[in-house]
Design a protein around this ligand. Sequence first.
Ligand SMILES: *Cc1c(COP(=O)(O)O)cnc(C)c1O
Length: 361
Amino acid sequence: MSDQRVYNFAAGPSVLPLSVLERAGSEITNYRGSGMSVMEMSHRSKVFMDIFQETQDKLRRLMNIPQNYRILFLQTGASGQFSAIPLNLIGKTGRADYAVTGNFSSLAYQEAKKYGQISLACDTGHRNHCYIPRQEELKLDKDASYFYYCANNTIYGTEWDYVPDTGDVPLVCDMSSDILSLPVDVSKFGIIYAGAQKNMAPAGLTVVIIKDGLAGHELPFTPLMMNYQTMIDKDSMYNTPPCWCIYMLGLTLEWVEENGGLAGMEELKWKRANMLYNTLEHSRLFQLHADKGSRSGMNVTFRTGDEALDAKFVQEAAAAGFVNLKGHRKVGGMRASIYNAMPVEGVEKLCDFIRKFEKAN
Ligand SMILES: *Cc1c(COP(=O)(O)O)cnc(C)c1O
């Protein structure tokens, strides 16, 4: 079965570690002697509560999350947080700063404008989001309720290589596509959140890490299911949580731990990404979308400049076992998403394929 697997460069949902899938497969009808699948269990049963608690503990350990932060396992999708964040946080001053560096931060910005006075700390749209602004370029409002940014721009292939300094203004960060790919100092953040389907687990789970004291000041019309305080009070179990995804996250976290933790993931990340960037930089056929110094270690965006040739590349790559390389329509060209679970060998072979394609064309 596993020898027929392709190298899957999808942006999300995306590749998961093979050993995680095999482990889940081996437990799918009878989870560790319980006589049932995790999919069939009551979320309030002891056996599931243990899975839930162990998964939280593993995430806290791996990311070194301080004790004054809560970990929530929600179902809103990362996009649901575009609403939940202003609803819960903007009440403090009625104002917030947004750094728009790509598609998802732009959507979050548009959504937040419904709930308060939102300022652009930066907007890289004038260059089709090919770069990340430097700290001194950010326009900061010291009375903002929070500062919002997206750490890795999945569609454009750029990634912040620093954590913005916003003084006393809480940082809110969408880490959907680079969480668990590097160690982060969680204590610098008010909220870190991520949809699971890029680097953690199947789609359906959204992880929110929130500092104590930020919740509890939501706007009065905040929907119950988007109220952080409700979810904190009920430990994410106001209603049925995404049980299967939480279990899968637990397996992925174990895999991360066994493979050197977040420092190990960061080393592998740049090993894969630098290999691909070097190959593309030395090519006369391909151009990179993102500026040097702003390039993502997770999503590599490139093109030939000729749409027909791009399509040929995507098609021939797929036939050779490298699938889902078509870029997002907002950028065109190609995108190789090389998340934690992409084996280094997959990128080595893709680089060989790129060189061969260049020679032939
Ligand atoms: C995929 C993605 C989203 C959207 O995630 P959903 O769970 O589909 O809502 C948001 N932000 C980033 C950075 C993403 O990569």
